[in-house]
Design a protein around this ligand. Structure first.
Ligand code: G3P
Ligand code: CA
Length: 231
């Protein structure tokens, strides 16, 4: 199973900050998940649409200025640009799942993606691009036919795995609340990996492992590793 440090090691450090990335690597993490938004064309690593709940700021992230964003923090840690995070992770030999979260992040990300490969030295198979916005993935796929992409789903539909095959996805990312063995088997029969979010409890990890799930997103990557070692 691949263990993705969800928003970095967010159980131990402020989520989606460089501190959370460093903590994940320090804990031995080899896969990291982050969320991105665009602010005045620059990509930032941050989860929520609004700044109010998790940062020292207020307002909708895509509506503020970069100058204002620079003054904010998440529990004392700056909100990093995607480039800052990727520059750090490029030296760690890890897999990065970049979730396209913000409604305005697609165009800047399409422009940035080749630079992650050419300037930071990532291999295409180290970059897994996911989103709940499947139209974004479709457009991204048109620009980069060989990129690794993955649709995120909050629930289960009749054609759940078809959504992923139509996108020529590498994996399908499903909620712990809706995962079933049938769904895992169906995805595997279509050549898709199955990654499940967000999984922190040992019993869930054991159950998913038995189902043959290929990876999980967890806020406590070290504990998940220990749980699997006991399986
Ligand atoms: O990518 C898996 C998971 O991060 C999706 O949910 O809300 O944590 O971005 P969320
Ligand atoms: Ca996410």
């Amino acid at each position: 199973m691949i263990i993705f440090a969800h928003r970095g090691a967010s159980g131990y450090a402020p989520e989606n900050t460089l501190a959370a990335m460093k903590k994940a690597i320090e804990l031995g993490g080899r896969a990291i998940e982050i969320d991105i938004h665009s602010v005045e064309g620059e990509l930032y690593v941050y989860h929520d649409r609004r700044l109010d709940h998790k940062s020292s700021g207020t307002g909708i992230i895509s509506d503020v200025s970069r100058e204002y964003l620079k003054t904010l923090s998440v529990d004392g840690e700056p909100i990093p640009t995607l480039w800052e995070v990727m520059a750090y992770l490029s030296k760690q030999n890890c897999l990065v799942n970049i979730e396209l979260k913000g409604m305005t992040c697609l165009a800047p990300f399409i422009a940035l993606y080749p630079k992650l490969i050419k300037e930071l030295g990532f291999r295409a198979d180290q970059l897994l691009i996911s989103s709940f916005h499947h139209g974004f993935l479709q457009e991204f796929r048109r620009s980069y036919p060989l990129a690794f992409i993955a649709p995120l789903l909050e629930g289960v539909l009749l054609n759940t795995t078809d959504i992923a095959t139509q996108l020529d996805a590498y994996s399908i990312h499903l909620s712990l609340s809706f995962i079933t063995s049938e769904l895992v088997d169906d995805a595997h029969s279509k050549g898709l990996k199955v990654f499940v979010y967000t999984v922190d409890h040992p019993e869930d990890i054991h159950q998913l492992n038995k189902m043959g799930v290929d990876g999980i997103f967890t806020n406590y990557p070290d504990k998940a590793t220990q749980t699997l070692a006991q399986a």
